[in-house]
Design a binder for this molecule. Structure first.
Ligand code: ADP
Ligand code: MG
Ligand code: ZN
Length: 582
């Protein structure tokens, strides 16, 4: 039941609009469904829309987080039609506002907008009609709220419901901050009767979500995250793959179809582009260092299917809507899951199958860390981005279902246990039971009171004779030396895997501390088993392997002689891969 108006008070005067829809304020989901069918011609709500509407119909403030195309508009248009008076919709996009008003008009729903592109005369007409209660929905650009002219008017209207679209604009963490969004909370507070408030966005990060609730002044809202699954997409992570081979195979497999290859740097865009062209693949490239005209031409040719593969940095794709992209390859790991999912999500917009392949290289983490260091000096922001980078790296290392990882990351409750069609679900490599090792690691972390980092935990389990361990008396722990038979590196890798698979977590900051997650408790109690997949594929020899092996042998012999491994300085940055392996 709708909580508005609080007392069962009949609307003062039935406006033309209300008479047209003839809806009582005590509306039910059945009423909502009937309206959906009658006005929009859709059979039913999407699962997430149902959850949002149920909350709104119960009269509770709501945050609806849904990806683009998820169907947010209906989540506020239907309640607007079910309620008396005029619903205010705050939206920052003028063009979108006009489209919606026109679309509503074609459905026979009276709506109007107020924004800075309108003449004074038009504005005055809308204001006059709005005061008379002529509209069911009034779209307002947030800047208009700053003008004192509007306030008395808005407050003289009967406003049962305020919907805020693109609500992430209120947050400085978002990519689209607008100061005018900060005026919304004040407006809502000044209504004589506080309207119901709903905020909608496609941005799902925690910090943005918290800002939305706080800065828009929502009252104990229910937050619904929903619709993030893209059932027609398949996801695969390849670690240490021979990237060129994989790329050329996909370009060949989809010879007449469109694909996008995302790279982290301009240099790599150029390299991948040249590789494709030299193999006769009609490719184009796109990055911020190109001339505007060249970039536009490349984009047009891609949209026209003149070129099939677009090699690009993350600058490509904003606002372009090409529906028949069959695959998206990430040549490098992106900086966070939001960026990854948005880019990968450009595959299969038409609902036909799309493949998303991420080719992870250990060096990607260093590259992204470097880019983060370069892009911001704000400590809080940096910590935030490093945390998200780690979650991205976990995605690259996890063994669990990739779709599940994505949906859990965004907080979408419709996550399956395992989708059965991602690279991890279909991985037919052998599995090894590591439950006992996991239990040893968890109990050691517990004994160490969850106060230390991965390296020290690994050293304690190894039984290292290290000064710090002695100082802290960690060598007195019963778990000291429990995994003596393994190398410290092996133990460290196991811990890392348990982090990636959601048994352990790392705290933020310069010295991350390993902590147990609830899932670990199940393992300690013997209720859950832990497995590790071991890939049987052996890596093929690459150019440079000989030099690498020689170098490693030399380094080892020096280390054996001097008891300290020597520093190795690489004079050429193209040898960075080798440095990481070493
Ligand atoms: P968003 O604002 O979340 O990006 P929109 O509100 O613009 O998404 O909706 C995207 C598309 O989905 C629109 O074409 C809309 O008509 C359609 N749509 C929304 N809800 C439903 C539904 N329940 N059934 C079928 N189509 C729907
Ligand atoms: Mg929208
Ligand atoms: Zn899966």
């Amino acid at each position: 039941r709708f909580g508005w108006p609080p007392e069962a008070e009949p609307p003062k005067r039935l406006s033309a609009a209300q008479a047209a829809t003839g809806i009582r304020p005590e509306a039910t989901m059945e009423d909502a469904r009937r309206l959906l069918k009658r006005i929009y011609g859709y059979e039913d709500f999407r699962p997430g829309q149902t959850r949002v509407l149920e909350t709104l119909l119960s009269g509770r403030d709501t945050v609806g987080i849904m990806p683009t195309g998820g169907g947010k508009s209906i989540c506020y248009q239907i309640p607007a039609l079910l309620l008396p008076g005029t619903t205010l919709v705050i939206s920052p996009l003028i063009s979108l506002m006009k489209d919606q008003v026109d679309a509503l008009a074609s459905l026979g729903i009276p709506a109007a907008c107020l924004n800075s592109s309108m003449s004074l005369r038009e504005t005055n007409r809308v204001l006059r009609e709005a005061a008379e209660g002529a509209y069911k929905l009034l779209y307002i650009a947030p800047e208009r709220l700053e003008s004192e002219r509007f306030e008395p008017l808005l407050r003289s209207m009967e406003v049962p419901f305020v919907a805020i679209d693109e609500a992430h604009c209120v947050s400085q963490w978002g990519h689209d901050f607008r100061t005018s969004y900060l005026h919304i909370a004040g407006l809502i507070r000044r209504f004589e009767r506080r309207p119901l408030v709903a905020a909608f966005t496609a941005t799902a990060t925690d910090d943005v979500r918290e800002d939305i609730v706080r800065l828009l002044g929502l009252h104990d809202p229910q937050v619904h995250v929903t619709g993030f699954d893209r059932p027609n997409l398949s996801f695969t992570v390849m670690r240490g793959a021979q990237r060129e081979k994989v790329l050329l195979r996909y370009a060949d497999m989809h010879a007449d179809q469109a694909g996008i290859v995302y790279c982290a740097t301009r240099k790599e865009v150029e390299h991948v582009y040249k590789t494709l062209v030299s193999h006769g693949v009609p490719a184009g490239m796109y990055h911020a260092g190109m001339r505007d005209a060249d970039r536009e031409e490349a984009q047009d040719r891609f949209l026209r299917d003149d070129i099939r593969v677009m090699v690009a940095t993350n600058a490509f794709g904003m606002g372009i809507d090409k529906s028949n992209v069959r695959y998206v390859i990430h040549w490098n790991m992106p900086k966070n899951m939001e960026a990854y999912y948005q880019e990968a999500g450009r595959a299969g917009r038409d609902g036909e199958p799309g493949e998303c392949i991420l080719m992870f290289q250990g060096q990607d983490i260093l590259t992204q860390k470097f880019l983060i260091e370069q892009s911001t000096s704000h400590p809080e922001r940096k910590a935030n981005e490093l945390r998200r980078l780690r979650q991205m790296a976990d995605f690259c290392h996890t063994q669990q279902c990739l779709r599940r990882y994505i949906l859990q990351y965004f907080g979408d409750p419709d996550a399956p246990e395992a989708c059965g069609r991602c690279g991890n679900c279909n991985d037919n490599s052998e599995t090894e039971d590591i439950t006992v090792e996991a239990q040893q690691i968890f109990s050691c972390i517990r004994r160490m009171r969850e106060r230390f980092g991965m390296t020290l935990v690994a050293q304690v389990l190894k039984g290292s004779a290290n000064k710090r361990i002695a100082q802290l008396s960690l060598d007195k722990l019963p778990t000291y030396g429990l995994m003596r038979a393994k190398t410290e590196r092996e133990i460290f890798d196991l811990i890392q895997l348990l982090v990636a698979d959601g048994y352990l977590t790392l705290t933020e900051g310069q010295y991350p501390v390993v902590k147990l997650l609830p899932r670990a408790a199940g393992v300690l109690k013997g209720e859950e088993r832990v497995v590790r997949k071991t890939r049987k594929v052996t890596r093929q020899r690459q150019a440079g392997d000989d030099v690498f092996e020689e170098l490693r042998a030399l380094r080892k012999s020096i280390a054996d002689r001097d008891r300290i491994p020597p520093y190795v300085v690489f004079a050429d940055s193209t040898l960075r891969d080798m440095a990481v392996r070493l």
